[in-house]
Ligand binder design. Structure first.
Ligand SMILES: Cc1ncc(COP(=O)(O)O)c(C=O)c1O
Length: 449
C-alpha cells in the first residue's frame, strides 16, 4: 500500500470533515505543497488555487516571512492571556494597525480565532451595546437570504442557506432574514439595490425597531455565490439602520484585508459600519485569527460601563500572541507589496476574462468585485432556470485541467444556479490569472457535451 492510499484509509476511519458526506469523499484532493498561487497534490499534479484556500490565503502560499514571525514569537512567548488586567505586544500592535487601516470611525479590536466566532462576538457586542444604553429589549439580528456567516449556533441562525441549518435546528430565536441585493434574480419593481435595502427596512418594521439590535451583511456575499450589491444598496441600508437605531455589522470575513481592492469593502460605497467581523485574510490563513472592530460609539459604551455591567465576553485565545505576530507581518506584506491596489486591477482583469464566457449557453451571470468573482450556471438562459448538479461536473473538468475553484451548489427555492466561485490569491501573476477563464471555458464545454 503506498503512503497516500494508507493515509486515505486512516482518513476515512478517523476524520470527520467539514460538511462531511462519504459520497463526496471517495477521492479527496490531498494537497501537499503550496507556492504563490499554485498548489501541488500528492501525485505531483499542479493546480491554480482558484479560491486562495478557503478565500483566505491573500498573500499566497509558502511565505517564509510568516513562518519566521511565528517561530520568533513562539520562541519568545508562545502564549499569554489577554484577559482584562493583562496584555501582550503583538495583540496591541496588530489592533493598532487594523484600526488605522479600517474605517474612520473604527476605534478598537476584540480578537477571536475564526469567522463564526467573530460573528458570534459581533452579535454579543450589539446586544451589549443596547443593554448599556438601557434598551435591553433590542436583541434581534436581521440577516439576508443567501448569506454565509459561519455555522456555530448563532452564526448558523444568521446564515441564509437552508442546507446548513436543516439537520441542526432549532435555530437560535430572534434571527430574521430579508431578501439579498441579488440583481440577476431581482423581481421587484424597484431598482435592486434600493428594493433590497427597503426589504431590510420592512423586516425591521415588522419585528419592531425597538426589538432589533443589528443588521448583519457581507459587503459582497461570498459562499452564497459571490453576490455583489448594486452601488445604491449599502448607502441606503446605512441610512435605514441610522433611522431605526439599529447597528450595522459588516461581515468582512472574506472581504477584509484587500480581497475586493479596498482594505475593507464598505469603503467602495463610502459607508461606515458600527461593527466589523474579520478573520481569514488577517493572517492569510497561516494561523487561525479573527476579530471584531468596534466603532468609537460602540467602544465608548464598553469603556464607560460601570463594573457590574462589564463586557463579560472572552476566549482563551483572544489576542493570541503568535497568531497576532503572524497577522501583523501579513498585514505589513499586503501593505508593502501593494496587494490591495493590485487586487483592484487584477480583479477587473479576471472579471473581464470571465465575462467573455457569456457566449456559452449555460452561463447565466458573471459578477464580482476585486479578486472575488462568480459564474452562475443556468439550465435555460431565457427563464434563468438554475443549473443544479452541473457544478460538480465542471469541478471535475477544471481539476483535470489544473484549476481548483469552489462550487456553490445551487437550489431551486430560492432559485440560484450552481455557481463557480473564484478568488485566487491577491498576488496571482497575470499569466496565471489569464489561464482561469480559458480553463473554465474548456471545462464548461466538456461538462456539457
Ligand atoms: C462571510 C463569512 N463569514 C463567516 C465565515 C465563517 O468563518 P469560519 O469558517 O472561520 O468560522 C465565513 C467562512 O467562509 C465567511 O465567508
Amino acid at each position: 500500500m503506498d503512503g497516500t492510499t494508507e493515509l486515505l484509509e486512516a482518513d476515512r476511519r478517523y476524520l470527520v470533515h467539514p460538511l462531511h458526506h462519504p459520497d463526496d469523499h471517495r477521492q479527496p484532493l490531498v494537497v501537499v505543497e503550496g507556492k504563490g498561487a499554485m498548489l501541488r497534490d500528492a501525485d505531483g499534479r499542479e493546480y491554480i488555487d482558484g479560491l486562495s484556500g478557503l478565500w483566505n490565503v491573500n498573500i499566497g502560499h509558502g511565505r517564509a516571512e510568516l513562518a519566521d514571525a511565528a517561530g520568533a514569537q513562539m520562541r519568545r512567548l508562545a502564549f499569554a492571556s489577554a484577559y482584562t488586567g493583562a496584555t501582550n505586544e503583538p495583540a496591541v500592535r496588530l489592533a493598532e494597525k487594523i484600526v488605522g487601516l479600517a474605517y474612520p470611525s473604527s476605534a478598537a479590536v476584540y480578537f477571536t480565532t475564526a469567522g463564526a466566532e467573530s460573528n458570534e462576538s459581533a452579535f454579543k457586542f450589539a446586544r451589549y451595546y443596547w443593554k448599556v444604553k438601557d434598551q435591553p429589549q433590542k436583541t434581534k439580528i436581521i440577516s439576508r437570504i443567501h448569506a454565509y456567516h459561519g455555522v456555530t449556533m448563532a452564526a448558523m441562525s444568521a446564515t441564509g442557506m437552508e442546507s446548513y441549518r436543516k439537520m441542526f435546528g432549532p435555530l437560535v430565536p430572534g434571527f430574521v432574514q430579508a431578501p439579498a441585493p441579488y440583481a440577476y434574480r431581482w423581481s421587484g419593481d424597484e431598482e435592486p439595490g434600493i428594493g433590497a435595502a427597503d426589504a431590510v427596512e420592512r423586516a425591521i418594521l415588522t419585528e419592531g425597531p425597538d426589538t432589533v439590535a443589528a443588521v448583519i451583511a457581507e459587503p459582497v456575499m461570498g459562499a452564497g455565490g459571490v453576490i455583489a450589491p448594486p452601488a445604491s444598496y449599502f448607502p441606503r441600508l446605512r441610512e435605514i439602520c441610522h433611522r431605526h437605531d439599529v447597528l450595522l455589522i459588516a461581515d468582512e470575513v472574506i472581504t477584509g484585508f484587500g480581497r475586493t481592492g479596498s482594505w475593507f469593502a464598505l469603503g467602495h460605497w463610502g459607508v461606515e459600519p458600527d461593527l466589523v467581523s474579520f478573520a481569514k485574510g488577517v493572517t492569510s490563513g497561516y494561523l487561525p485569527l479573527g476579530g471584531v472592530i468596534a466603532s468609537k460609539q460602540v467602544h465608548q459604551a464598553i469603556e464607560s460601563a460601570p463594573a457590574d455591567r462589564r463586557f463579560m465576553h472572552a476566549a482563551t485565545y483572544s489576542g493570541h500572541p503568535v497568531c497576532c505576530a503572524v497577522g501583523l507581518r501579513n498585514v505589513e506584506i499586503i501593505e508593502s507589496e501593494g496587494l490591495v491596489e493590485r487586487a483592484a486591477v487584477m480583479g477587473q482583469r479576471m472579471l473581464a476574462g470571465l465575462d467573455e464566457l457569456r457566449d456559452l449557453p449555460m452561463v447565466g451571470d458573471v459578477r464580482g468585485l476585486g479578486m472575488m468573482c462568480g459564474v452562475e450556471l443556468v439550465a435555460d438562459r431565457a427563464t434563468k432556470a438554475p443549473a443544479l448538479g452541473l457544478g460538480g461536473r465542471v469541478l471535475r473538468e477544471t481539476l483535470a485541467r489544473g484549476l481548483l475553484p469552489r462550487i456553490r451548489p445551487g437550489s431551486a427555492d430560492p432559485p440560484i444556479g450552481d455557481t463557480i466561485c473564484l478568488a485566487p490569491p491577491l498576488m496571482t501573476p497575470p499569466d496565471v490569472l489569464d489561464r482561469i477563464p480559458k480553463i473554465l471555458r474548456e471545462a464548461l464545454v466538456a461538462a456539457t457535451s
